[in-house]
Ligand binder design. Structure first.
Ligand code: ADP
Ligand code: MG
Length: 629
């Protein structure tokens, strides 16, 4: 191990070989900002230093591929974090590629990082809160000045003949470079912590930060004298899927989310073209994050070359898929670019397309392979998929096969649209659905009379979101998707009506019946007419020609609290016993009004349009009274 650098060389300024250098103006500026920063998440300095150590190790690793003639070729590639209570210092030690005196001067004397430069540019813009910015940019090495009184970097290059050297800076205008004593290859960054930054001496705190920011750094990291590895090290998403076991996927998921349950399903992607990327994507068993979850927001973890650049990236998936957890890692993301620049890039659009496609495939696969799990998925995630159909501007068709419905012929089980099509009758012209408030009441709907007569199955749309979805879902596999409540619903040729009994023009006695309804209901309805489409029901309400359709009415009803019952057409079934008896009543019988009102309000109720069902009770009691005479 390297001799622990415990402090600034006492006489750094006075050593003959010690040379003082001035920082470039912009570095000076950056340092000023960082030193005086009130940024609350100062812990990210550790992420930056570990990422530098990891880079140095990666570069050495690469060098070793072709050149074993380096200093300490057999030294373990690792990172050590050494808190020293007594000295109040924190040392980050790596066995990476190291730096010569010239490299120290160049790399730590000017802004090496374009991220830092962008940070400065953003910092100079009006209205930008600095503290919000620091975490977003990889401000790099200098971020350590948020917690440091002084920093000493002692390094020995991998080149055998190079001398060790030390860089020292108190955050003032200058830094010094001098020869140093370091036998082993690599770099030691010693930070004398500010008085208010002593939390970074606590091992448990360090462990927590490591786990949060650097857990999947691909080299072992240890803390203090302990030989126990503090990070998981392997970035399992960067392995080939066939090399990773299910248990690893589950462990990684649990470590990512602290979800006690296993994920419902997951997918692993390793893609080379059109962009390079790795990803592991999970669907949690439940969409709600627990309050203990370390995931405080939606979004995927975004890595560029194993280094976490964004904890919650929301740009890789459409909003309706925001329940997906996981990581995305791409070699093509430039490490030192601001979040804003990454967001808007073409690369992100490509990644989003790939990731979204994979998530949909994963759900389809679940549906195809495990009906039980898919039912569990549908129970928890139906609203997300329906939301996607309703609002996703691109290809909601891709979501249609994921939809499940209860149907009038199989009300207890879930049917896909394809299941439905398989059960369609040969003469059936469309995929039919009925809208209602719940499955049970929908089954009583008069709109089902006619399709039931033909034996057609009907999808039951009883989820409030269905109306939103149906505004988009008007066709599936070239088959129109139609509401059975539509007055003009297409039915098989010839079978539509029985013209001998009821033509377009109602028989005169029906005209009398219609008059009675019109007189009593007046303005509340737009028309009354006879229909042949009812069998078991006395009447139903349909929309007049050209009215807003039922789906849109529901959408409006859900969006505005103030809601007026739209004027409907009341269709009567003259063969129904209630109507034949009604017709037999004297026109001046007071029962007329009670019956007509009740038939109308029953129809309202069954449509889910009744504003106040309890108000019917008084009338129902009068009807009972009349029946008991
Ligand atoms: P970046 O890592 O984005 O280049 P930093 O400010 O974090 O920017 O670091 C500046 C440079 O300092 C690095 O590019 C690297 O050349 C050098 N450097 C920093 N830390 C180390 C280290 N532990 N080992 C070797 N070189 C390092
Ligand atoms: Mg860096």
């Amino acid at each position: 191990m390297a001799k622990k650098a415990t402090g600034p060389a006492q006489d750094a300024q006075s050593t003959p070989q010690s040379k003082e250098h001035n920082f470039k103006a912009e570095t000076r500026q950056l340092l000023d900002i960082l030193i005086h920063s009130l940024y609350t998440e100062r812990e990210i300095f550790l992420r930056e230093l570990i990422s530098n150590a990891s880079d140095a190790l990666t570069r050495l690793d690469f060098e070793l591929l072709t050149n074993r003639d380096v200093l300490d070729p057999d030294a373990e590639l690792s990172i050590r974090i050494l808190p020293d209570e007594a000295e109040g210092t924190l040392t980050i030690l790596d066995t990476g590629i190291g730096m010569t005196a010239q490299e120290l001067e160049r790399n730590l004397g000017t802004i090496a990082q374009s991220g830092a430069r962008e940070f400065l540019a953003a910092a100079q813009q009006n209205g930008q809160r600095l503290s919000d910015l620091i975490g977003q940019f990889g401000v790099g090495f200098y971020s350590a000045f948020m917690v440091a009184e002084w920093i000493r970097v002692t390094s020995r290059s991998y080149q055998k003949d190079a001398q060790a050297a030390a860089w020292f800076c108190t955050g003032a205008d200058t830094f010094t470079i001098e020869p140093a004593d370091k036998a082993e290859r690599g770099t030691a960054v010693v930070i004398k912590l500010k008085e208010d930054a002593r939390e970074f001496l606590q091992e448990h705190r360090l462990r927590e930060i490591l786990r949060k920011h650097s857990d999947f750094v691909p080299f072992p990291i240890s803390i203090g004298e302990s030989t126990e590895q503090a990070n998981r090290q392997t970035a399992i998403w960067r392995q080939q899927p066939r090399e990773v076991e299910q248990k690893d996927y589950h462990d990684f998921y649990q470590q990512l989310t602290l979800d006690f349950e296993e994920p419902l399903t997951y997918a692993h992607m390793a893609v080379d073209a059109p962009v390079q990327m790795y990803a592991i994507l999970y669907i949690p068993t439940k969409p709600e994050r627990s309050i203990f979850s370390p995931r405080k927001e939606e979004g995927l973890k975004l890595y560029a070359r194993k280094i976490l650049i964004q904890e919650y990236n929301k740009d890789l998936l459409p909003e309706y898929l925001n329940f997906v957890q996981g990581v995305v890692d791409s070699e093509d993301i430039p490490l030192n670019v601001s979040r804003e620049a990454v967001q808007s890039s073409r690369l992100m659009a490509q990644l989003k397309k790939l990731v979204t496609g994979k998530v949909l495939d994963m759900i389809k696969k679940l549906a195809a392979e495990d009906a039980e799990k898919y039912a569990a998925f549908w129970k928890n995630y139906a609203r997300y998929i329906k939301q996607g159909v309703a609002i996703e501007p691109e290809e909601p068709e891709a979501l249609y096969p994921l939809l499940r419905f209860h149907t009038t012929d199989q009300p207890e089980t879930w049917s896909s649209l394809d299941d439905y099509i398989a059960r369609m009758k040969p003469d059936q012209k469309g995929i039919y659905y009925i809208i209602g408030d719940d499955d049970r009441s929908v089954l009583y709907s008069p709109h089902l009379d006619v399709v039931r007569h033909y034996g057609y199955p009907v999808l039951m749309m009883t989820d409030p979101l269905d109306a939103f979805m149906l505004v988009r879902l008007t066709r599936y596999k070239e088959i129109p998707v139609s509401n059975v409540a539509t007055a003009s619903l297409a039915l098989p040729e010839g079978g539509e009506d029985k013209p001998s009994e009821d033509g377009e023009t109602p028989a005169p006695d029906h005209a009398g019946l219609i008059e009675r309804f019109k007189n009593i209901l007046g303005e509340r309805i737009s028309d009354v007419r006879i229909t042949t489409r009812l069998v078991d029901s006395p009447a139903r309400l349909v929309d007049p020609e050209g009215a807003m359709n039922q789906e849109m009415q529901r959408v409006y009803r859900m969006l505005n609290r103030e809601y007026e019952v739209p004027k409907k057409v009341l269709e009567l079934n003259p063969r129904h016993i209630l109507l034949t008896r009604l017709q037999a009543l004297q026109v001046d019988d007071p029962l007329n009004e009670l019956v007509v009102e009740q038939i109308y309000e029953d129809a309202l109720l069954i449509e889910g349009l009744h504003p106040d069902p309890a108000s019917m009770i008084a009338r129902i009691q009068k009807l009972i009274e009349a029946a008991l005479v």
